[in-house]
Design a protein. Structure first.
Length: 195
């Protein structure tokens, strides 16, 4: 009887995760981050809005200045990790397949994204653009997405302006993520990065 009850609970959870979630969002960042995200579930019966006015960013500014030396160490660590991921062909192929699987679970209704991104170091910006550039080209090819992401090599900057609405089926995303995380290419990459 307990096994039957457990199966019924799992079936109910799977049924709830199969109900689409709509996500409406708007984000703007120049000097401070402003925006909102609204989650709509059960065909409009459940709504949850999370908004930000950028007030918390100023409070965290003092802490970021105090920790300038550890950032340089983590930069070189992350540079090595990014290079490992960028040169692993099996990992990149599996990542591309995961992105295809997830995008198949998502319905997009008019997304617009304008951004300027720069790290302050042309080499780091170039490496970052090596990941973002192909993704931006993929986004530009989709009919319901208008994206304009530009690299800024001469200054440290992050400017965003975007809005849109997407519909996601959580069960399909969880299944694709589970298969991605358990794939041999991802496990091998995680093992190499942990060493």
């Amino acid at each position: 009887m307990t096994l039957l009850a457990g199966g019924a609970v799992l079936l109910c959870i799977a049924g709830l995760l199969a109900v689409p979630v709509e996500i409406e969002f708007a984000v703007k960042r120049k000097e401070k981050l402003e925006g909102f995200v609204c989650f709509i579930w059960m065909f409009g019966l459940v709504r949850r809005e999370i908004s930000s006015d950028g007030g918390k960013e100023e409070e965290a500014g003092g802490e970021a200045k105090a920790e300038t030396k550890p950032k340089k160490k983590s930069k070189s660590r992350w540079r090595g990790r990014l290079m490992k991921m960028a040169t692993a062909k099996t990992f990149l192929a599996r990542l591309a397949r995961y992105v295809r699987d997830v995008t198949a679970c998502v319905r997009i209704y008019g997304v617009r994204l304008d951004a300027r991104i720069g790290t302050g170091d042309p080499a780091d910006t170039g490496m970052l653009w090596g990941f973002i550039g192909p993704a931006e080209l993929l986004l530009a090819g989709l009919s319901n997405i208008r994206s304009n992401i530009k690299p800024e090599f001469n200054e440290e900057i992050l400017e965003l302006d975007g809005e849109g609405r997407v519909r996601v089926i959580p069960l399909r995303v969880l299944a694709a993520t589970f298969l991605f995380l358990l794939s041999p290419a991802v496990i091998k990459m995680a093992w190499e990065l942990a060493r």
